[in-house]
Ligand binder design. Structure first.
Ligand code: ADP
Length: 394
């Protein structure tokens, strides 16, 4: 069964076409810079296409993808039985991936206030696909769904309870599709049932988050109401004293848009290093440039601090998993984040760790009580799998 997976951002569409349940990736690609003067289309399947063209809307972009698929991989549009859409915010309403109907669309619309930068574009993709692929079953997979098992002790902020009741201000967490994928994969590798594992999963990409998984379910996670909380990220600050925001606004008279720009776009690795938000640019300067070194050390310190706190709340930890562009490709980060944790039963095989770049592997020593894994994330495959299962069970 052919399943198309779509991830629609503000100006981009990423897609992957799978044959399920065989998990065969048939083709993939992206449309970038939608709405700009020149957009970029990339396609990798039976043919390789990299071309510049003008794509005004998500609808036009998806039409173009559909046309390319029919020209190269499939007989006709109807062959695509299901389309899985990544949706960033499902609020408290969606505990799992769901077949899309009018009610689901309405709810995703309702959650726009919680994810104004994401949900409208996810919806644009869904609405376009309903028109372009009228016979396909559309499925929404939510970044927040995996974290709906977190209890109120963790998801509430200690602000007046009425703000939760009235405005739904609480921790939601993100990257749930990735955390779920790697947690399930770790349980498979360890020969455990999927609800039989306690793990700490570290998703370190452009955005970074860490999740405590208890009995296969999300128990706590570092991102909060928005993806700004928690770990230090490429350009986002992660945890800060909320008093800093008040000082920006009242003491320094910054506009709220300026504060948002500082905390979302100018902080994190970029803000401290003054050089880049990308580890590929930072690593060559480690131990050479003082601020780059500081930024990387702070990044690792924050991860270690969260690992320690999640070990404390979980009690027993079977595995620590690294994923995402940084987690998969940067051994230095794994080494520094896990140093001096031997007393907690976490013993990294330092030499093996150095060799593992971008591939699945165990990197702990034999005697390590807590197993340590690098597991490349595959959010699209997870979405394809959910879509396939919902279709065969519908
Ligand atoms: P996203 O969170 O957008 O899915 P990724 O998970 O691909 O992004 O992570 C992107 C980040 O991962 C980059 O900004 C970079 O810091 C880091 N990264 C990706 N590949 C490498 C690599 N080969 N070496 C070092 N860092 C890398």
């Amino acid at each position: 069964m052919k399943i198309l997976v779509l991830n629609c951002g503000s100006s981009s569409i990423k897609f992957k076409l799978f044959e399920m349940p065989e998990e065969i990736l048939i083709s993939y690609g992206s449309v970038e810079k939608i709405g700009e003067e020149i957009s970029i289309f990339k396609y990798y399947g039976k043919v390789k296409i990299e071309e510049k063209l003008k794509v005004e809307t998500h609808q036009k972009g998806i039409e173009f993808i559909a046309k390319t698929l029919v020209e190269n991989e499939i007989e006709n549009i109807e062959e695509i039985k299901g389309i899985g859409h990544r949706v960033v915010h499902g609020g408290e309403g969606f505990e799992r991936s769901t077949i899309i109907d009018e009610n689901v669309i309405k709810k995703i619309e309702e959650y726009i206030f919680l994810a104004p930068l994401h949900n409208p574009h996810n919806l644009a993709g869904i609405k376009a696909c309903i028109k372009i692929f009228p016979k396909s079953i559309q499925v929404a997979a939510f970044d927040t769904a995996f974290h709906t098992t977190i209890s109120e002790i963790s998801y509430l902020y200690a602000i007046p309870y009425s703000f939760y009741e009235k405005y739904k201000i609480r921790r939601y967490g993100f990257h749930g599709i990735s955390h779920r994928y790697v947690a399930r994969r770790a349980s498979e590798i360890m020969g455990k049932g999927k609800y039989d594992i306690n793990a700490i999963t570290c998703h370190l990409g452009n955005g970074c988050s860490i999740t405590a998984v208890k009995n296969g379910k999300s128990f706590d996670t570092s991102m909060g109401l928005t993806p700004l909380e928690g770990l230090i990220m490429g350009t986002r600050c992660g945890d800060i004293d909320p008093g800093i925001i008040l000082y920006f606004l009242e003491g320094l008279n910054f506009k709220s848009s300026e504060v948002s720009e500082i905390l979302n776009k100018k902080s994190g690795l970029l803000g401290i290093s003054g050089v880049s938000n990308d580890f590929r640019n930072l690593l060559p300067l480690y131990n050479k440039d003082k601020k780059v070194t500081l930024a990387i050390d702070m990044f690792c310190y924050r991860i270690k601090k969260y690992i320690g706190s999640y070990m404390a709340i979980l009690g027993k930890v079977d595995a620590i998993v690294f994923t995402g562009g940084i987690g998969e490709n940067v051994p230095l980060i794994r080494e520094k984040a896990l140093s001096n944790l031997e007393i907690f039963g976490v013993i990294l095989d330092i030499e093996k760790n150095k060799e593992i770049i971008g591939k699945e592997s165990e990197i702990s020593k034999e005697e390590s009580i807590v197993k340590i894994f690098v597991i490349p994330t595959n959010e699209e495959l997870r979405i394809a799998f959910d879509t396939y299962q919902l279709i065969i069970n519908s």
